[in-house]
Design a protein around this ligand. Structure first.
Ligand SMILES: [Zn+2]
Length: 122
């Protein structure tokens, strides 16, 4: 991994920390991970710990083999999923993943992300 890639990952994780404060999700985002993804550019999933009394968390995965700008788009897309996630029995009733409710979240996440994103070092 290059220094620039490492710095980009740090910037994106810093955005998520700020988003969590002003646009909280049903469960906290435990981790933003960067790894090769087979058939998608990213995903959001709920991680349930073995301890049933511990609250679930979100894990956001971003494809590690796409460029830094694409990673930013995927992060905003996936955070919007986390932000509109409902408890699972409601989630199962959702007609499609990218419904109007998601679209509203997506727009809001972009607005906040652009305000939070640190400028790149020259
Ligand atoms: Zn999606």
């Amino acid at each position: 991994m290059t220094d620039a890639e490492r710095e980009n990952r740090r910037r994106l994780r810093a955005v998520v920390k700020k988003l969590q404060l002003v646009m909280p999700t049903l469960y906290p985002v435990e981790k933003v991970e960067f790894k090769p993804c087979e058939d998608a550019w990213g995903s959001t999933r709920v991680k349930q710990t073995k301890d049933p009394s511990a609250p679930p968390t979100f894990i956001i995965s971003i494809h590690s083999e796409i460029d830094d700008v694409a990673k930013l788009f995927v992060l905003v897309h996936e955070y919007a999923h986390a932000a509109q996630w409902r408890v699972i029995h409601q989630e199962n009733l959702r007609e499609k993943d990218h419904d109007p409710e998601w679209g509203v979240c997506y727009a809001k996440v972009w607005e906040l992300t652009l305000a939070f994103l640190e400028p790149e070092d020259e």
